[in-house]
Design a protein around this ligand. Structure first.
Ligand SMILES: [Zn+2]
Length: 141
């Protein structure tokens, strides 16, 4: 499968059973999974969306209180869920074209996207347990 590097956006071809073996990027040699969400702009999103992992995306903005409160939950969930999914953060002020493309009307909005197609969405900052259940319910595989 194709795994997009969160650091340099190089697409790595990897056997699925190598995902849990702490794989590193063939181009920049950094870990493909480091337990932290990656901030992406429209170009970065396009690279990840054309790779194979499902994407869990937090649409947020720096002025949004609930977004700030939800950030630690999103990070912890990322560490607990990788390498089953790639966690991305989209700053809706920095990437308004992405917010428009997914018709984001309130923040935070959480999306699961695979190969560019939306699989699930929820609006508002969920408590950690609820967010974990939502992921279990909607993440493919
Ligand atoms: Zn890389």
């Amino acid at each position: 499968m194709l795994i997009c590097c969160p650091h340099c956006l190089h697409k790595n071809r990897l056997e699925a059973n190598r995902l849990t073996a702490n794989p590193v990027c063939g181009a920049c040699k950094q870990p493909l999974f480091n337990g932290q969400p990656s901030a992406v702009d429209a170009a970065g999103f396009a690279r990840h969306a054309s790779a194979d992992l499902p994407l869990v995306i937090d649409f947020w903005a720096s002025w949004c209180g609930p977004c700030q409160q939800f950030a630690p939950t999103f990070s912890q969930s990322c560490a607990a869920t990788e390498p089953r999914a790639r966690f991305l953060k989209v700053d809706t002020e920095a990437a308004p074209e992405l917010a428009a493309r997914f018709a984001i009307r309130s923040i935070p909005t959480l999306l699961i996207v695979q190969h560019g197609k939306e699989l699930a969405r929820v609006n508002g900052a969920l408590p950690a347990g609820e967010f974990a259940r939502w992921l279990q319910q909607h993440l493919p595989g």
